[in-house]
Design a protein around this ligand. Structure first.
Ligand code: ZN
Length: 317
């Protein structure tokens, strides 16, 4: 029986319908609404799921269920999401599960976005032969998921926040309000803020010209990639800085957990990961305690669909 999965991201909503063998048989995506708060986002999620179901030739109500990978504080039992800081106006707890369930006519289960994407890679993607794995999702922020003994390690609910490991004491200001976190250097949002400050100081860059030409209001992964292609020095500099921070943070996590593999995903990870894997490995080598036994570092295999596929695993019978 087929299942639905929705990946709720800061910029896009990705839905997929997955068959019993984990194959994607339908998908759809839409930008995440930036107005109207959680109700508007939930409506768009339901519409995106209906579209994916249509493309798979199934009724949403005929799905085994729909899993959702969400940012913020996910209370799977209560079916609520709170403090989704990458989404507009979503701080209070919102009953996402029951809202979607009413819209789609099937059961809906919630999970942490990064956790489900990590499990998708651990079961069906780049980590499928591994018992232990660290998933690093390099996008708007930097998220992480830890798989130990083939199970997602949730800690007390907040495990895996590799983006907020400190790579420099007293360093750059992070989106979390603290200083020196990995995300303060590598998160797309903080990289964009830094680029805007540099432009104000007179630094030349094509980043914002490309953004305007594409009719966007944010520096998406594609815009960073394009600027890099064009040899934009500011884009290259900020990406080098991000990559150095990633290598440092990942190596520290590996020193603690000694995982077999590290998979790099997220918008920037999928698009720029192949280009930067060697640079990340080189930076990691500087910090790995057991230098002769680095983990296998690779880019996610399920790409942009990993989050939605992983979400669908939440409603497995
Ligand atoms: Zn932080």
């Amino acid at each position: 029986m087929s299942r639905g999965g929705i990946d709720l991201g800061g910029t896009k909503i990705q839905a997929a319908v997955v068959d019993g063998d984990g194959r994607v048989i339908g998908e759809a995506r839409h930008p995440t609404p930036v107005e109207g708060g959680p109700p508007a986002v939930a409506l768009q999620m339901a519409e995106t799921m209906r579209e994916a179901a249509r493309s798979a030739g199934v009724e949403p109500s005929a799905l085994e269920g729909v899993g959702v990978g969400s940012p913020g504080d996910v209370d799977a039992r209560a079916g609520t999401v709170a403090n989704a800081r990458n989404l507009t106006g979503w701080l209070d707890a919102f009953s996402l599960s029951s809202t979607l369930s009413d819209q789609l006519g099937t059961k809906v289960k919630l999970g942490n976005d990064v956790g489900v994407a990590t499990m998708a890679e651990a079961e069906l993607g780049a980590g499928r032969e591994r018992r232990s794995l660290l998933g690093v999702f390099w996008g708007t922020g930097v998220g992480g998921g830890v798989v130990l003994g083939r199970k997602l390690w949730k800690g007390r609910g907040a495990a895996g926040e590799i983006g907020h490991t400190v790579v420099r004491r007293g360093g750059a200001r992070c989106s979390c309000g603290r200083r020196g976190c990995l995300e303060a250097y590598a998160g797309r949002a903080t990289m964009e803020a830094r680029a805007r400050r540099e432009v104000k100081r007179g630094t030349h860059t094509d980043l914002f010209k490309i953004m305007e030409k594409r009719g966007r209001t944010r520096l998406t992964s594609g815009i960073w990639a394009r600027a890099l292609d064009r040899g934009d020095p500011l884009a290259a500099k900020l990406l080098d800085r991000a990559v150095a921070a990633l290598g440092t943070g990942i190596a520290s996590a590996v020193n603690l957990l000694d995982v077999e593999a590290v998979v790099l995903g997220g918008g920037l990870g999928v698009r720029l990961g192949p280009l930067y894997l060697d640079a990340i490995r080189a930076e990691m080598a500087e910090h790995l305690f057991v230098a002769g036994q680095p983990p296998d570092l690779r880019v996610v295999e399920l790409g942009d669909l990993g989050g939605a596929i992983g979400a669908s695993l939440l409603v497995r019978p």
